[in-house]
Ligand binder design. Structure first.
Ligand code: ATP
Ligand code: MG
Length: 332
């Protein structure tokens, strides 16, 4: 089976619909035909200032619980927390020493995140973030990495670093391919449908998976729609309505064409009402399962420890080869 690696940051109390439709839904389906490694990337999370250590720890657990609740199966996939696999930080150091300063400076996400409003002081960690991401991927010899547009440049860097290391020290790393999984879609903010839904925008436009159903219904009801009254997909002319149809389709499994037919002769209000039902009904079992998992943190931590042990088997082999080739002494 092709191996896939993907990670998500534990930087919020809940994932949102964009995370789900754009990434996590594919995590679940990729388990069918991939050897999947999925991690909660807490080392990445501290590249921006985290408010409180206890909050970060809790968010890591909540993130893992949501992944399992959404259908990531820890028996089938290797689900782990990045900081519990020390090889990530260790390989990242070696790769940093292979990365040009100018090369790292060209990463646009650093520019975006370091200049974002309220971002706080900029750390060197934020600057080298893409190199840590390269380490995440290369440790597992992943063939495929699902990427949205925002991550394309980072994957290119990963490929360059893999090729550079292989060229200098001999074949060590699999050079990963970008993988666009079927059904991945970009979800727009409900209040500003010219921007992608994000936890960094005001909460009214961002539906969290763990939001109370009443809150979700209200956010959907208040979504900015477009002029006109026909429920049809038109990304240019009707970005707001199109976005609601995309979300509906992701949860109901109906195609846009089917939905247009379904809503023919009905207005935006009907679309929003039905969408709120579809979303809250689908999220109810996810919320319940997440709560159950969090009610027994010892068991959740045990599951994650199992994932970390499996991850370390693979990561440790790669790191040992790297250390040997670079010229470090054997383990003391
Ligand atoms: P930030 O604003 O801090 O970047 P975010 O809300 O964009 O946060 P990330 O943690 O960056 O969330 O994203 C995690 C995953 O979810 C990534 O794979 C990303 O591509 C995907 N993703 C995030 N937002 C969306 C969205 N609106 N539509 C589709 N995919 C998304
Ligand atoms: Mg993002």
């Amino acid at each position: 089976l092709p191996r896939v690696l993907s990670g998500i940051q534990p930087t919020a109390d809940s994932f949102h619909l964009g995370n789900y439709v754009g990434a996590l839904r594919q995590w679940v389906s990729m388990q069918e035909d991939h050897d999947a490694f999925y991690c909660v990337v807490d080392l990445h999370a501290i590249t921006l200032e985290q408010p409180d250590p206890a909050v970060l720890r809790q968010r890591t657990l909540v993130s893992a619980a949501q992944l399992i609740a959404l259908g990531v199966d820890p028996a089938r996939s290797t689900l782990f927390v990045q900081s519990q696999v020390p090889e990530h930080a260790q390989l990242a150091w070696v790769l940093q020493c292979l990365t040009g300063f100018g090369e790292a400076s060209r990463m646009t996400q650093f520019k975006d995140k370091s200049t974002r409003e309220g971002a706080g002081p900029t750390s060197v960690g934020l600057f080298t973030y893409p190199v840590l991401q390269a380490a995440d991927i290369l440790l597992y010899q992943a063939h495929r990495v699902p990427v949205g547009e925002d991550q394309r440049q980072h994957l290119e860097l990963t490929r360059d670093l893999a090729g550079r290391f292989n060229g200098r020290y001999g074949e060590t790393f699999t050079v990963p391919e970008a993988y666009i999984p079927a059904g991945a879609a970009k979800i727009l903010d409900l209040q500003s449908p010219d921007k992608k839904m994000s936890k960094s925008l005001p909460p009214a436009g961002c539906v969290n998976l763990l939001d109370d159903p009443k809150v979700t219904a209200k956010k959907i009801r208040s979504a900015v729609t477009d002029t006109g009254r026909e429920v049809v997909a038109d990304p240019e002319g009707k970005p707001g309505v199109t976005n609601l149809l995309t979300i509906h389709s992701a949860f109901s499994g109906q195609s846009t064409a089917q939905l247009e037919e379904h809503f023919a002769g009905r207005g935006y209000g009907d679309l929003k009402k039905e969408l709120a039902e579809v979303v809250t009904e689908a999220l109810a079992p996810v919320q319940q399962r997440t709560a159950e998992l969090l009610a027994d943190p010892a068991e959740l931590e045990r599951l994650l420890a199992g994932g970390a042990a499996r991850a370390r088997e693979v990561a440790g082999r790669t790191l040992a080869a790297v250390y040997e080739r670079v010229g470090f002494l054997p383990p003391a």
